[in-house]
Design a protein around this ligand. Structure first.
Ligand SMILES: [Zn+2]
Length: 69
């Protein structure tokens, strides 16, 4: 490996560490809504609970450049 290739690899690694993508699934919030059944005031209805995002595990960001596929 030449010096130029090593430098290019070092720069690519540094950019990958500093670059992130806002999570496509949760919009950067880190949580995603989950519809659940609930009984509120004696009446059954649907309600919304939040759970950690499956894609980013609650961070709200993904490492590097991640296209929304
Ligand atoms: Zn997310």
């Amino acid at each position: 490996m030449t010096g130029d290739e090593e430098e290019a690899e070092f720069v690519a690694d540094s950019v990958a560490e500093q670059t992130y993508t806002v999570c496509h699934h949760c919009g950067g919030i880190g949580e995603a809504p989950l519809s659940v059944l609930a009984v509120l005031g004696g009446v059954g209805r649907s309600a919304t609970a939040n759970r950690d995002c499956r894609l980013c595990s609650g961070d709200g960001r993904l490492a590097g450049m991640v296209p929304p596929v």
